[in-house]
Design a protein around this ligand. Structure first.
Ligand code: BG6
Length: 513
């Protein structure tokens, strides 16, 4: 267990100024399952100042009271599952800060009314007019909402009184490079880059933030972290769930847009980047952008040969039958959308030349597990690593992003006894065991950071575009291809055999299997 000093002394966080969190898409799943439970936890932990309020904005007609009742139920359901019961008295205090505003996303009048309501509300609370606008709507609405915010004048800075407007934009940020550029252009017409927080909840996960700490707060790893000692790196983001009720969205997105362009690119950047000169938002993001710039492009004509792309068919997971992706509500019966991808990425810079990064993600795989494993080079074939005994397994540093968050190091030891028998062993660190509780939800950290104005864990405009620059040609390559040809894998398996062949061709196998 870390002592109070070790764990607490560096953790002091600035309290944000009182603010109004204005959530567009207030009737959606994200608001009820993620955002409000996260804000409630911040409230319980005393991290929100008096005068902070939540204003839900959506098209449906409901009163403040209806909205609060719905949120009480959903928050209770979400947090109880995580072993965090909701106390009635605390909820009642929190709920008095929640309001609902009905409006459409393209009506100037509705946005003017919203502006007046925010002015009245903050004045009533004795709070300054600081607003954190959160776009939790389907992505088609991002542009229209930003336009209306601009027209209503709510985004204007320089009121001279120190108040701030900021905007948080959910993923997916664009559908490809041109649309991401266009969205950046539109948002920047209204907000300054310093006010824009492009959110990717993976960056709020404790285990993802810990990648930088592991690498740069310890002296033993960084010297080994290059082509001199690393043989290859694997990143797997496996989900056992299918697309659930999100068939309509997912069928237009697919794994490349939904997972690779965002979550997986961030993981890759954090593992591959050079040490930033400081822990400031720009210094960190500069290094991430350099990794993306060094990523070797897979041109459209090479996509089919270089990327394994597949869709789940009917199968079984944990003894439950799972229907085929194409039979999911909202999904076309002839859909060619991928629910699985695997590919090899090359980071063409001095540090990583010749070190392949294998990335793989999929839905309806046997279990939920996100892991980054760094596989070190074999020891020379002298002393222990010689025939006739088989080759020694290499050292592997595995970062378990979720679940069972932790880190393990696999290495060789002499098994006790008279003979020189070598046996693989694992040294393991688990968050739950070491810190007594599982890590907090990513949205808690990210909402707090946005309220404080710290953009380190949010994507900058050039970072989003650089990630699209890599993913867009691959998507383009497949759209030229005949979609009927998409590979299939039974739900509950680790994807198609071609994904195993991809890594086997280089003499490796997937660490998670
Ligand atoms: C979301 C994707 O961004 O991340 C979902 O849209 C995916 O399709 C989810 O299921 C995974 O998040 P987590 O935190 O459960 O790994």
């Amino acid at each position: 267990m870390p002592t109070k000093d070790q764990s607490g002394a560096r953790s002091g966080r600035k309290m944000p100024d009182p603010f109004a969190l204005v959530v567009f898409g207030a009737s959606g799943d994200l608001t009820s399952r993620k955002l409000v439970p996260a804000v409630f936890r911040l409230f319980c932990d005393g991290l929100l100042p008096d005068g902070t309020s939540i204003v839900g904005y959506a098209r449906s007609n409901k009163t403040d009271r209806n909205f609060r009742d719905e949120l009480r139920k959903s928050t209770r359901a979400t947090l109880t599952c995580k072993g965090q019961p909701v106390d009635d008295k605390t909820w009642a205090k929190f709920a008095s800060r929640i309001h609902y505003h009905r409006g459409s996303y393209d009506s100037p009048d509705d946005f003017t009314l919203l502006k007046r309501r925010l002015e009245a509300l903050t004045a009533e609370n004795g709070a300054p007019l600081n607003c954190l606008y959160y776009l939790a709507t389907p992505p088609e609405m991002f542009g229209p909402i930003v336009l209306q915010l601009g027209r209503a004048g709510v985004a204007a800075t320089g009121a001279g009184d120190g108040t701030w407007p900021r905007i948080v934009i959910e993923k997916p940020f664009g559908r490809d490079l041109p649309s991401a550029r266009e969205l950046n252009r539109r948002v920047q017409l209204v907000f300054d880059e310093s006010q824009i927080f492009r959110i990717d909840h993976y960056l709020g996960k404790e285990t993802v933030q810990n990648i930088m700490v592991l690498r740069f707060a310890n002296s033993i790893f960084e010297h080994l972290w290059s082509h001199d000692y690393v043989d290859h790196v694997q990143i797997t983001v496996a989900e056992s769930l299918g697309v659930g009720s999100r068939g309509g969205y997912y069928d237009r997105a697919g794994a490349l847009r939904d997972m690779v362009q965002s979550h997986m690119m961030h993981l890759l950047c954090l593992v591959a980047m050079d040490p930033p000169v400081a822990l400031t938002p720009d210094a960190v993001r500069n290094e991430k952008v350099k990794v993306l710039a060094a990523l070797r492009r897979i041109p459209p004509e090479c996509a089919a040969g270089g990327v394994v792309r597949a869709q789940y068919a009917a199968g079984r997971i944990d003894d439950a039958e799972v229907r085929a992706y194409r039979r999911t509500p909202g999904v076309s019966e002839t859909s060619g959308t991928e629910t699985f991808v695997a590919f090899k990425a090359d980071v063409d810079n001095w540090r990583w030349a010749g070190v392949p990064f294998y990335l793989r993600t999929g839905k309806c795989l046997p279990r939920r597990c996100t892991e980054i494993s760094v596989h070190f080079k074999d020891v020379p074939q002298v002393l222990f690593n010689r025939p006739p005994a088989g080759p020694l397994p290499p050292n592997v540093l595995a970062i378990r992003v979720q679940p069972d968050e932790g880190i393990s190091l696999e290495f060789q030891v002499k098994a006790p006894g008279p003979a020189m028998n070598i046996s693989p062993l694992k040294m393991d660190f688990g968050y739950q065991e070491s810190f007594g509780s599982p890590p907090p939800d990513a949205y808690e950290r990210l909402l707090l950071d946005a309220a404080i104005g710290d953009a380190t864990l949010f994507a900058r405009c050039d970072e989003v575009e650089a990630a699209w620059r890599f993913v867009s040609p691959v998507i383009e390559g497949f759209s030229q291809d005949n979609c009927d040809k998409i590979l299939e894998y039974p739900a509950g398996t680790w994807g198609p055999a071609e994904a195993d062949d991809l890594i086997r061709a280089d003499g490796h196998q997937w660490h998670l299997r």
